[in-house]
Ligand binder design. Sequence first.
Ligand code: NAP
Length: 288
Amino acid sequence: MAEIISGKAIAEEIGRELLDRVRDLKRRGIIPGLGVVLVGDDPASKVYVRNKKRTGEKLGIEVTIEHLPAHVKPEEVVALINRWNENSEIDGMIIQLPLPPSFDKQKLLDLVDPMKDVDGFSSYNLGRLFSGEPQFIPATPQGILEILRRTRTRVRGRHCVIVGRSTIVGRPMAALLLMKRDDDFGDGTVTVCHSRTENLPQITRSADILIVAVGRPRFIKPEMVKPGAVVIDVGSNRVEDKWVGDVDEGVREVAAKITPVPGGVGPLTVIMLMKNTIQAAEWRLKRS
Ligand code: NAP
């Protein structure tokens, strides 16, 4: 049976490390500030934003939420982003996704000052990551790398298969695992799969590290996994009042290590966003 990796425990460990950094900032007169733009009433988004506020405040980060109605004019969101770009007490800013369909998502994300873009979704920060010189790394892939690092799962030279090519998970994950590094947690041999991939089970079965971000409950079955693989389940699907991953429970019989849902990748995502915010506040200190 696979070892179940507790993302919750890893996130708590990182949280303790971050508390020290926040205390240090406070001694020097800086309270890290995170601004969250929430447009509309998507119930999942509201839960995510609430979690971010709770986690941020536990760490001593000032979290400001601007909740705007779904019918708000894009110009008003632009004005808010510009105001926060100029506000020295807002170190990091995120625009909660998804936005209502009438918005040009990437255009708004690209208005966020790259030094405050703690989600790392702007073209600038994605470009930095893909060029191998990241500034802010999107929270979910960064959290997954932290899971691999803290469970001493070597990436270097191994076959890492990512199922899903979204801008928030699959693509930045691939760039991160591909990075040249001095430690064991880069230099992977990376394959990215998507809905047009042929022979998917054959590819997933060749993975030493399998990362799944598809958004389909229990999509990866035991016969799609190589015995002894490390499986990271990013999926977060609501099924009959329960949170279910993209990986079938039966995979636990085959894998060496696996993240559960809930309590796996999710807690890491939130804590890495806070880590990026604290990093931005430390840059403010350096500039002052
Ligand atoms: P997304 O933008 O919908 O992307 C899904 C990806 O899966 C796409 O690249 C899609 O391929 C691929 N896909 C769909 N059906 C497939 C199939 N039959 N075979 C192979 N690939 C297939 O999703 P996302 O935003 O990356 O999120 C994925 C999941 O992770 C969701 O459940 C989401 O809730 C969860 N999530 C969790 C966290 C967390 O912190 N725990 C964070 C982010 C996301 P195409 O590109 O060809 O359409």
